[in-house]
Design a protein around this ligand. Structure first.
Ligand SMILES: [Zn+2]
Length: 365
């Protein structure tokens, strides 16, 4: 049973916000449109924010006045002493870039972030040209039709360098035809977010990390509506470079702790569960800060939140790691909803988002 003073989780708002966020293509590096949308949502919610020169949005939430500090949590006093906390979720997505235009008018592509060919062949895409045009297409195997492909080619693993390309939805036969559409080396290619929602399950390519960003915004909405203030100054940091490792390598000078809210990949050796929130003990880089992680665990236990502890190896790290490696003397921790098929066709559950929301609310308020 969650604490009765936790703000309610507005699942409808969270879902609608997630749908707004995935409606915008934001392959890492192509940040302008998602940044504008984030600012628009923050304006609607009524929060001040700063925009980073490289791309990124940091909203600011003032702490409760000492006089009206949270009576029961006992956190306001200690929180006042320990500086500001940054809570981050990222709004960049993995995707592709045009490496070169092939002689037959198809596109040779390379990944932006950790996108693997076996997890994206057959996906529809949108190529964003220098001139601002969008040309659609599909990620295909070469050769593409199974019926006319020799056996040894059928069993070869897909590889962006040799046997995977993007075929445009245009009658192009030569490189010149494709260039005439404005497509050129360096153009960003976004994958179709392919959203569905059924029985509480959210499926999309970009649960990571737009679902967690929607959780942060849902909490901000509830706090604004109910007049709730955090125990300490809180930055809600919408980072735009997590997938390539430097989303939160800049921090405001008064930040003492960073909490990343990001997907908790499920797997055969994982505790993570799509209906729960995971507290990260360690990822493939190093353990999370022991004290801060224990605080989150204590918070989850006392608030009755359905959580698990988990460790993510060998291929995972969050933006909180990036802040530590940037040289800040801060504590770092991470939490997030259990998420299946990470960096593929991802799936989580509304209960996992709710548990993430409640842990975040219980820790901050
Ligand atoms: Zn992520």
């Amino acid at each position: 049973m969650p604490q009765k003073n936790l703000p309610a989780f507005d699942a409808g708002f969270c879902l609608e916000t997630f749908k707004r966020l995935i409606s915008v293509d934001s392959t890492t590096g192509q940040y302008e449109e998602i940044q504008d949308l984030t600012c628009q949502i923050l304006d609607e919610l009524g929060y001040p924010y700063q925009i980073l020169h490289k791309g990124g949005v940091i909203a600011e939430i003032s702490p409760a006045e000492p006089a009206s500090a949270q009576k029961d949590s006992g956190k306001a006093e200690s929180g006042a002493d320990c500086g500001a906390i940054a809570v981050t979720a990222h709004l960049d997505d993995i995707g592709l870039m045009v490496r070169h235009v092939n002689a037959d008018g198809t596109l040779n592509v390379c990944p932006v972030g950790g996108l693997y060919p076996f997890y994206c062949v057959t996906e529809n895409v949108r190529v964003h040209t220098h001139g601002g045009k969008v040309v659609t297409g599909t990620i295909c195997r070469t050769p593409n039709s199974i019926h006319v492909t020799e056996e040894e080619l059928r069993t070869a693993l897909p590889d962006f360098r040799t046997n995977v390309c993007v075929v445009l939805d245009a009658p192009v036969k030569t490189a010149a035809d494709t260039r005439a559409l404005g497509v050129e080396t360096g153009d960003m290619i976004a994958l179709d977010p392919r959203f569905t929602y059924v029985n509480g399950y959210l499926k999309s390519r970009f649960i990571d990390d737009k679902a967690c960003a929607a959780v942060l915004l849902a909490l901000m909405k509830e706090m604004k509506e109910k007049g709730l203030a955090p125990a300490r100054k809180t930055y809600m940091y919408f980072a735009l470079y997590e997938e390539i490792g430097h989303g939160t390598t800049f921090l405001p000078s008064d930040v003492k702790d960073i909490l990343a809210v990001d997907i908790a990949p499920t797997g055969p050796d994982q505790n993570s569960d799509e209906q729960k929130v995971s507290i990260f003990a360690k990822d493939s880089r190093f353990p999370y800060h022991h004290g801060m992680t224990r605080e989150l665990q204590d918070t989850a236990i006392s608030a009755g939140i359905d959580y698990v502890m988990d460790i993510f190896t060998p291929h995972y790290g969050t933006d909180a790691d990036g802040s530590i490696l940037a040289g800040y003397d801060i504590r770092h921790a991470a939490i997030g909803p259990g998420t299946a098929n990470s960096h593929g066709y991802e799936r989580t559950h509304m209960d996992g988002l709710k548990n993430t929301y409640e842990l975040l609310a219980a820790y901050l308020l």
